[in-house]
Design a protein. Structure first.
Length: 424
C-alpha cells in the first residue's frame, strides 16, 4: 500500500489504531524504555510504515508527497537508533532515547534547519562582556539554597513552545525567560494561554523579525541563528501584531559560571538562559540524566535553552546531580504527555559545564524594574458645586411671545456651536 494511502487509512482509524502502538518516548525507567524498544524491534516492515502514519497523525504532520519517502527513511533511522540504545543492559546509559517531533529529520537536516551554526566560546564571552554582572547583594539572598529546586513547582511555567524548522532557539530562550520571570515577579499583565495558565505570552516572531543586522544587531540572523544577549527590542521599535506589547526591556544580568552562582541566581531571582552544544544523540533524548561524557569539552555551542531547576542531593559534581532545562522542541524530552519539553543535564564543576552549558549565562533583570502603574482616575469634587441660578426674565425672555418658540428676542435661545472650535 502506498505510504500516503496508509497515512490516510490510519487517520480514519484514529485514535484507536494509534493507541495500540508501543510507547515512543517520555520513559521514566530503563525497564519501561527497554520493554518498548523490544516491541518496536519486532515490527514488520509494513507495521513500521503504519507506525510512521500514526506518528504523523499524532504530531499533526502534513505529508508532502515529494518528501514522504525521504522522511520515512529518516524516521526508520531514528527508530533503529532508539531500539539500539534502549535495548542495552540496564546501567549502560543514564538516559533514554525516544521518538519526538523531529524524528523524520536526518541529523544533517536537523543541524541545518533547527540548530544554530556552531560558535566558539569566545563569541559567547564577548557577547556577555557588555551585560551587567549579577551580584548577590542586588537580590534578596536571605533565602537558603535548597538541595533541589524546580520553578515548575511554583505554578509560573507557561507551556513549552515549538520552534519548528527554524534555528531561532535564541529567541525562544530569551522570550521564554522573560515570560517566566514576569510571572514570578508579577510586573506584567497576565495573558491567559489556551490551557488557562496565567503567564505572559510574548512573541518570539517579534524578535526573529526585528533583532536583525538591518536594525543594528549584527550577531542575530533570524531563523539562521543568533545570540540571546541583544534581545531587548521594545514595542516602540517593533509593533506587535496580536501579541503582548511591553515597555522598554530592562535587559539581562550575566550570571556567574559556577554551580553555586547559577543555583543562587536561580532560586533567589528566576530562570537562567544558557547555551548548549547539541549532539546528534541529543535529538533523541527522552528521559534520564544527559551525561557530560556525550559532549567533548570544546566550548563550542549551537543551541540555547533555559535552566529552571536543579538537584544536588547527591552532591555537586556527582553523576546523579543535574540541572533541569526547558527546551523549545515541542513534544520532546521528559515530562507527562501534556508537559513534555524538559531535560535533566548532568551538573559538573568544569569550566564550560556539560556540553558548554555554562556559556552565555544570563538572567532577565525584570524584577528590579517594575512597569509604571497607570495614573488614578480624577476624584469627584466634594462637596458638589452649587446649582446655577435661574435665568432672569426679560421682555421676550422665557415666557410671553418668545417662550414657546425658543425664547423670542430674549435669552431663551440655545447657543449655536462654534464651527471653528475643535472637538475635545
Amino acid at each position: 500500500m502506498p505510504l500516503l494511502a496508509l497515512i490516510a487509512l490510519v487517520g480514519l482509524l484514529a485514535p484507536s489504531a494509534a493507541a495500540g502502538w508501543p510507547k515512543l518516548g517520555g520513559y521514566t525507567s530503563w525497564g519501561e524504555a527497554r520493554s518498548a524498544a523490544l516491541e518496536l524491534a519486532s515490527l514488520a516492515p509494513t507495521q513500521r510504515r503504519g507506525l510512521f502514519a500514526a506518528w504523523n497523525l499524532q504530531h499533526g504532520k502534513k505529508v508532502d508527497p515529494r518528501t514522504a519517502e525521504a522522511r520515512f527513511h529518516a524516521f526508520e533511522d531514528s527508530l533503529d537508533a532508539v531500539i539500539a540504545h534502549n535495548t542495552q543492559p540496564e546501567g549502560a546509559s543514564t538516559y533514554y532515547k525516544g521518538l519526538n517531533t523531529y524524528s523524520d529529520m536526518s541529523f544533517d537536516r536537523f543541524q541545518a534547519q533547527v540548530l544554530m551554526p556552531a560558535q566558539p566560546a569566545s563569541v559567547a564571552q564577548q557577547a556577555t562582556a557588555d551585560v551587567l554582572p549579577w551580584r548577590p547583594q542586588q537580590m534578596a539572598t536571605a533565602l537558603s539554597i535548597p538541595d533541589a529546586f524546580d520553578w515548575r513547582d511554583q505554578g509560573v511555567m507557561p507551556p513549552v513552545k515549538y520552534q519548528g524548522e527554524c534555528s531561532a532557539c535564541w529567541a525562544f530562550a530569551a522570550a521564554g525567560a522573560v515570560e517566566i520571570q514576569a510571572a514570578i515577579s508579577g510586573v506584567m499583565p497576565l495573558v491567559l494561554y489556551p490551557n488557562g495558565t496565567g503567564t505572559p505570552d510574548l512573541s518570539e516572531q517579534q524578535l526573529i523579525s526585528c533583532v536583525t543586522p538591518q536594525n543594528g544587531f549584527n550577531i542575530s540572523q533570524g531563523c539562521s541563528g543568533g545570540l540571546t544577549e541583544p534581545c531587548q527590542v521594545t514595542s516602540a521599535t517593533a509593533p506587535p501584531d496580536g501579541s503582548l506589547a511591553v515597555g522598554p526591556s530592562p535587559g539581562f544580568l550575566a550570571v556567574p559560571a559556577t554551580p553555586e552562582g547559577i543555583m543562587q541566581a536561580l532560586v533567589t531571582t528566576g530562570p537562567v538562559v544558557h547555551y548548549f552544544n547539541a549532539t546528534p544523540a541529543f535529538k533523541f533524548y527522552s528521559g534520564g540524566i544527559w551525561p557530560a561524557s556525550e559532549c567533548a569539552e570544546t566550548g563550542s555551542f549551537n543551541h540555547a535553552m533555559i535552566i529552571i531547576g536543579y538537584n544536588v542531593t547527591a552532591g555537586i559534581g556527582s553523576p546523579s546531580s543535574y540541572w533541569t532545562v526547558r527546551n523549545s522542541y515541542g513534544f520532546w524530552g521528559e515530562g507527562a504527555e501534556a508537559e513534555k519539553g524538559y531535560a535533566r543535564i548532568q551538573m559538573t564543576t568544569t569550566t564550560y559545564g556539560a556540553c558548554s552549558m555554562y556559556l552565555g549565562l544570563i538572567q532577565s533583570a525584570l524584577p528590579s524594574i517594575p512597569l509604571p502603574k497607570p495614573p488614578p482616575p480624577p476624584l469627584s469634587p466634594s462637596p458638589p458645586p452649587p446649582s446655577p441660578p435661574p435665568p432672569k426674565k426679560g421682555n421676550g425672555g422665557g415666557g410671553g411671545n418668545g417662550g414657546g418658540n425658543g425664547g423670542g428676542n430674549g435669552g431663551g435661545k440655545s447657543p449655536k456651536p462654534n464651527p471653528k472650535r475643535k472637538p475635545m
